[in-house]
Design a protein around this ligand. Structure first.
Ligand SMILES: [Zn+2]
Length: 581
């Protein structure tokens, strides 16, 4: 066994998949499995399934699935060797060397280099902040009254106002300058050489959920523009992917069941200074699907704090469809005029801020209020609001939720509920490009499911009752299968069994070539067993009988009109019946 596969085995034994995924997704027990909202696609009703028995996950919506490594890679956006390393570290398992494909190895190596360069740069910025002597960043942070503990926890730093500060520092450390440029820290000059991207700014390192530095944000210390500068898109940093501060806040968010979302670095740090831990920041970008998917893994509710200016209002209105689509309930809080969370909490303390959160209106009501107050109380205004909101509601798949909102809309706008519901229906129809076509699709899917029922039962029997594998090994039961995908899996089950003498779902999954086939297998593995233990023998007998019947039918067909051949078949049938009774 290679070192990787033994380490892999050991990690799988140590790292319970429910526990690992449960750190990022809220899971609820459902029968023998756990269910939650999928972190990989938009959904309001859980179809993301984690099976402790199989140590695997599968989403019936987007079909993503696999073992604990597959989850880690997909969720954190890392390569297999990185996932192996992360999990090994968490569970104190030593790996001496990792093996993987050349391409994956190369990607991992580059990512590691970039992480390393970011780490060195973060230390450089931190040290520069520590240097005394009229340091304007120190003055700035002093004015904002940030305590030392927070400055060091979030590793704030200072980029001196020079063109070659970090450039020279990295050069002296013999860092590959091309890679430092790829990390977004330095920029190539036209005539050769490099210069610093961040100059004369307070530096806020940005962390992923593994607390590694993926990028930096820098705020100016004078009136220069832009006020905020971020790392550009790199192999590690993607704008709008991680809410800032989640690496530090996720425990508190889970404990309180709510996430407070603010805009800026200083908003978040000021709130934490005053003791509010369950907070993340969007860093000037609008909220994204990615943000919300990450957040909803920790808490069922979000409170979004908006500035009272026009941009804040617009952001609040834009975020409604995102929250509705991701099934995360949200409330909106608008601060008094002229305030952001930083200034508000520093002036008034935490209690008045918490009181504002307490009073936050559901985002949907906030949306309506805002729209209607903007001159929307006229008939034309109401029609405009309806036109805007109906397509959003029509996207909601949850019927109960849809009619709930329709009711609220009716109350608020003063239009009869059945009018709204029928408008909603029309809007929904418009969305699905002709409802008829969709109906047809559903019916086709249902009929093909019926044809497959024999296949489904056989596969279910084999994966849940390994004893049936040995019972059916020497029959021609694969001939009963009508579906090519299932047939591939079943044939492979028998092949593996012949080679290894036992049934191993894991080896089976690895031996399947296409993702489509693997998806079918995962769905069978996480599904409930159709047969109870004492029904297995009977099921095996029934399948044997079916195989025999099919064989006979084929023989009779093959005999055609030849009376002699037909006679032989009938004799064989009789002999078999005699054997059976
Ligand atoms: Zn999914």
């Amino acid at each position: 066994m290679s070192d990787t596969s033994s380490a892999k085995e050991e990690i799988k034994r140590a790292a319970d998949i429910v526990q690992v995924i449960g750190q990022y997704v809220q899971l609820k027990k459902a029968g023998k499995n756990f269910m939650g909202l999928c972190p990989f696609h938009a959904e309001k009703a859980p179809s993301f399934t984690v099976s402790p028995d199989r140590q695997m996950f599968h989403c019936f919506g987007c079909k993503k699935g696999g073992d604990v490594f597959a989850f880690w890679m997909e969720y954190h956006g890392v390569t297999f060797p990185e996932a192996l390393k992360d999990l090994a570290e968490r569970y104190n398992i030593t790996i001496t060397e990792t093996f993987s494909s050349g391409e994956e190895k190369e990607r991992t190596r580059i990512r590691e280099t970039l992480f390393n360069i970011n780490e060195i740069a973060a230390q450089y910025f931190q040290e520069a902040l520590g240097q005394s002597g009229g340091n304007p960043a120190v003055e700035y942070l002093k004015k904002r009254a940030l305590p030392k503990e927070i400055i060091s926890e979030f590793r704030l730093g200072y980029a001196p106002d020079a063109w070659d500060g970090l450039t020279n520092f990295l050069k002296n450390r013999r860092i590959d300058m091309k890679r430092a440029a790829e990390a977004g820290l330095i920029i190539p000059k036209k005539g050769g050489g490099y210069y610093d991207r961040f100059r004369g700014r307070v530096i806020f390192p940005i962390f992923n959920l593994r607390s590694q530095v993926i990028g930096f944000g820098g705020r100016v210390l004078n009136d220069a523009l832009p006020k905020y500068l971020n790392t550009p898109e790199t192999l590690l940093f993607h704008k709008g992917e991680f809410p800032y501060g989640l690496h530090a806040s996720h425990k508190a968010i889970r404990e309180r069941g709510v996430t407070v979302i603010v805009e800026g670095y200083m908003d978040l740090l000021a709130l934490r200074k005053h003791g509010l831990q369950e907070v993340v920041a969007t860093l000037g970008t609008a909220l994204t699907h990615d943000h919300i998917r990450k957040i909803k893994g920790y808490a069922g509710e979000a409170i979004v704090v908006f500035d009272s200016d026009e941009a804040g209002r617009v952001a609040a209105l834009r975020s409604l469809p995102l929250f509705l689509n991701e099934g995360l309930s949200a409330r909106a809080v608008v601060l008094p005029h002229g305030h952001d969370p930083d200034s508000f909490v520093n002036k008034n303390g935490l209690s008045p801020f918490l009181a504002l959160l307490e009073k936050g209106a559901p985002l949907f009501d906030f949306f309506l209020d805002q729209k209607l107050s903007g001159g929307g109380d006229s008939i034309e205004g109401k029609v405009t609001v309806l036109k805007e909101i109906l397509p959003i509601l029509a996207q909601l798949q949850n019927r109960a939720q849809r009619s709930l909102y329709a009711g609220r809309l009716s109350e608020r706008i003063g239009i009869k509920e059945d009018v709204i519901l029928s408008e909603l229906k029309a809007a929904a129809k418009g969305l699905s490009e002709g409802g008829l076509q969709k109906d047809l699709k559903d019916r086709m899917a249902a009929s093909s499911a019926k044809q497959r029922i024999g296949d489904v039962q056989l596969l279910n029997l084999l994966v849940h009752h390994p004893i049936a594998v040995s019972g059916l090994l020497d029959t021609d039961c694969t001939k009963l299968l009508t579906d090519a995908t299932t047939s591939q899996i079943v044939k492979r089950i028998f092949e593996n069994y012949r080679q290894g003498g036992r049934f191993s779902p894991e080896r089976l999954e690895e031996s399947l070539e296409s993702e489509e086939v693997r998806i079918r297998l995962r769905e069978a593995l996480v599904a409930d067993s159709i047969y109870s233990d004492h029904e297995v023998k009977q099921a095996v007998r029934e399948i044997e009988e079916k195989v025999r019947q099919t064989k006979m039918t084929n023989l009779i067909k093959a005999a055609g009109g030849d009376p002699e051949a037909l006679n032989r078949v009938l004799l064989e049938l009789k002999a078999q019946e005699a054997r059976n009774h």
